[in-house]
Ligand binder design. Structure first.
Ligand SMILES: [Zn+2]
Ligand SMILES: [Zn+2]
Length: 758
């Protein structure tokens, strides 16, 4: 019998052809396997029907861990058998087809980990041990096809031992482009802050010892540098907060292993699955009551960002010391992308760290760690980057045009939509200056080339002054691309709708700020989004509230609180009494009061600003030193609370009243526990927004309600809203594949640009 089998999915660059070779040989079949130009794999099989059936079973059951099979098409072909053995053919046209799929970076596999610890293995204790099932991919690939000479590994020619494995189809390292061993591969070395090499026999373990002793190190990983330091000692952490200009922003940590992570944080089965997955994201875990790490790591938060080691180097760092975890935070100077080059690191990080643990392999593409939470057994991405990017999100239909989308302003990503695949770039950051703009442009170009995409349109935000909008306008003009400007919250809702293949959706879009289609400051919106609509219908929103002093009100939430309360109460005395929480004290309090009485402030419907105001009234947070800080701290404060006030949401038509909420919180602040008030505020907003959404769904004959925007990362809001919406007999959706926050905006923009019907 002769059959041709075409397999599509993530089947190139993941050890798929050698796997096919092995199962074909094991089942006694002849024929060949080769990569196809459309990123799929073609297999010809000759042999008995039984053997072919066994092969097809093995194909799905035993596939390599990184491979994702989307479709298998088997056709029998006439003619007599031509092959006497099974062969791997190399295709020269591997990447000519649009929509090629490049795998993300992959954490060290168990086989490599075992060899790392085996004194008899040639790669014993080699920090850069990898195979065709693991190691960097996206961060080393400069161009396609994915061959060693097109990666930053080309500077390390294989030794004869490695070459033998590389050429052996039965070896795990057959065509493993990242493979290396101590004589032929990259070398790790330790340097002082002045760039002088410290001669250590074992630089990686020496680095671990220095960390344990309280030194701060820059550690080069797959996608950039981390800054690492002790997770228990106060002195280096205080110094790091000072030099990194991060007063309170939580630091991520790397735990030695799962067991040690459990000693300070709760880990449920879903969280365990994610922590140990080959993507190894940072997961925000609830701190245990026995939390024993320094309070300086995630001050005033109920959770802490934890990841597990994902390279041989990380595992070796923890050898011979007793620390359960180290701080491992992205090394990026304020408002700059993560540092990736050795020279750049020496220049920009020397005042922050005592030592550098470097290696001599270049990083082609920078890539920050991914960050996620688990809500209700579902993954909620905060940042989708290393381990995920640039693997595509698959849509259930094909876009009408190829689109490049550039995102909004904060937490940016780029997305390429090509056919039924959306490729979201790694995390780019806040695109507010030349450096991040250049990084965004470079990441987008690289992605277009890697995926061989044909772009016909560029999508961006509606805000006329965003850096990303200007870039989009430039690109549209330069390439003759069609330009789509997409309202911020519409992008959020459209993305959520497409993620779940819905035709229409009532979206509750809540975050800090987005430029509204009326030019206003939006952020607590009920939108009706339909397939192929270039904008949403705004069906409801939070009560507009004054932003006293504009952007300053975002930084000092007491201003927000004063503005809201003054709709009903006199706040003069209270504000004067609390003037120490303003940077300029009494004088500033008087200025705020003056602004209040002038009634000239711009207004916002932002949900984030209301949460900020509650945080200020409760004394949970008076200054935002990082994005989302007051709201995050309020959620943490609410974790142990209950709905003590049980307020009934006040709807004025399609507007949810927030003044009364603030007044109730304010008047009960001395009588009811802070945790209960914090929870009650969440409950009011979630129930109120859900009512607006349910009403809008009924009026427009829509069956689905979704929650999106940065505030959808808030577990309490999402949980209460879900029960209210489901109690009304509607279906409730949240993001599972893309971040609900602004890291997902480019995806939503691409969807709008790609499916708009004219
Ligand atoms: Zn491996
Ligand atoms: Zn070698």
């Amino acid at each position: 019998m002769r059959v041709r089998v075409n397999v599509t999915g993530i089947v190139q660059g993941v050890g798929f052809r050698p796997f096919i070779y092995r199962i074909a040989v094991a089942n006694g079949l002849a024929g060949y396997v080769r990569n196809r130009g459309d990123a799929g794999v073609e297999i010809l099989l000759e042999g008995s029907e039984q053997a072919i059936e066994a092969f097809l079973r093995d194909l799905t059951e035993k596939k390599p861990p990184l491979a994702q099979i989307h479709r298998v098409v088997t056709t029998s072909i006439p003619g007599s058998n031509e092959h006497t053995e099974f062969k791997i053919y190399k295709s020269s046209k591997e990447s000519e087809h649009a929509g090629s799929v490049v795998p993300p970076d992959v954490a060290i596999c168990n086989d490599c980990l075992r060899e790392l610890r085996d004194p008899k293995d040639p790669r014993f204790e080699y920090f850069f041990i990898t195979c065709s099932n693991c190691g960097p991919r996206f961060t080393i690939i400069e161009r396609l096809p994915y061959d060693r000479e097109n990666t930053t590994m080309r500077e390390f020619p294989l030794c004869s031992f490695c070459l033998k494995e590389y050429e052996d189809p039965l070896n795990r390292r057959f065509h493993a482009q990242t493979m290396a061993c101590p004589p032929c591969g990259p070398r790790a070395y330790l340097m002082t802050q002045d760039g002088e090499e410290v001669h250590a026999k074992d630089p990686v373990r020496e680095a671990g010892r220095l960390l344990s002793e309280g030194y701060t190190l820059a550690v080069k990983g797959y996608g950039g540098f981390h800054i690492a330091t002790s997770a228990i000692l106060e002195k280096p952490l205080l110094a790091l907060r000072r030099t990194k200009h991060r007063r309170a922003k939580p630091f991520a940590i790397m735990a030695r292993n799962l067991e040690d992570a459990r000693s300070f944080a709760e880990v449920n089965p879903k969280e365990e699955e994610l922590l140990t997955s080959y993507s190894r994201p940072i997961i925000l875990l609830n701190k245990k009551s026995s939390y024993s790490l320094s309070p300086l790591i995630a001050p005033d938060l109920h959770n802490v960002g934890v990841m597990l080691p994902y390279t041989g180097l990380h595992y070796l760092l923890f050898d011979r010391i007793s620390d359960k975890a180290f701080v491992m935070t992205s090394a990026n100077p304020p408002d700059q992308p993560i540092v990736k080059d050795n020279v750049e690191a020496l220049k920009t990080l020397r005042d922050t760290v005592d030592y550098f643990l470097c290696h001599d392999r270049k990083i082609a593409q920078r890539c920050d760690d991914s960050v996620a939470r688990v809500h209700d057994n579902r993954v909620a991405f905060i940042r989708r980057s290393r381990g995920y990017a640039p693997a595509p999100i698959r849509l259930n239909e094909k876009a009408k045009r190829g689109v490049l989308a550039l995102g909004g302003e904060l937490n940016g990503t780029a997305t390429i939509l090509q056919g039924d695949k959306a490729f979201i770039s790694q995390h780019v950051g806040d695109v507010e200056n030349l450096e991040t703009r250049a990084f965004l442009e470079e990441a987008a170009n690289h992605l277009i080339h890697l995926t061989n995409s044909h772009v016909d349109a560029v999508a961006c935000d509606l805000h006329p002054k965003f850096t990303t909008t200007n870039l989009a306008e430039e690109l549209a003009e330069r390439h003759g691309w069609r330009l789509f400007q997409v309202q911020h919250h519409h992008a959020h809702v459209a993305g959520l709708m497409m993620e779940h293949s819905l035709d229409s959706l009532i979206g509750v879009a809540c975050d800090g700020y987005g430029y509204g289609s009326d030019g206003g400051a939006w952020g607590g919106e009920i939108l009706l989004c339909t397939h192929e609509s270039v904008e949403s219908l705004r069906l409801g929103h939070l009560e507009p509230q004054p932003l006293l002093g504009g952007d300053v009100a975002t930084r000092f939430p007491l201003r927000m609180a004063a503005g809201i309360l003054s709709n009903k109460l006199s706040v003069d005395e209270w504000l004067r009494r609390n003037s120490q929480h303003f940077p300029h004290g009494k004088a500033e309090a008087e200025l705020v009061l003056q602004q209040l009485h002038e009634k000239s402030a711009v207004e916002t419907t932002s949900c984030g600003r209301v949460l900020d105001a509650v945080a200020a009234v409760l004394g949970v947070c008076y200054e935002r030193t990082y994005e989302g800080e007051p709201a995050m701290k309020l959620e943490s404060a609410a974790m142990k609370g209950k709905d003590a006030l049980n307020l009934k949401p006040i709807l004025n038509g399609d507007v949810l009243n927030t003044t009364e909420l603030l007044v109730q919180i304010f008047e009960n602040r001395a009588k009811v526990a802070t945790a209960d008030l914090a929870y009650s505020a969440h409950a009011y907003l979630a129930k109120g927004l859900a009512s607006l959404a349910v009403n809008a769904a009924a009026e427009n004959d829509v069956e689905s309600v979704g929650f999106t925007g940065g505030a959808a990362c808030n577990e309490i809001l999402a949980t209460i809203m879900r029960s209210a919406v489901e109690a009304a007999g509607l279906r409730f959706f949240v993001h599972e594949a893309v971040p609900s926050g602004d890291g997902g905006v480019s995806f939503g923009q691409a969807v709008v640009g790609g499916f708009y019907d004219s």
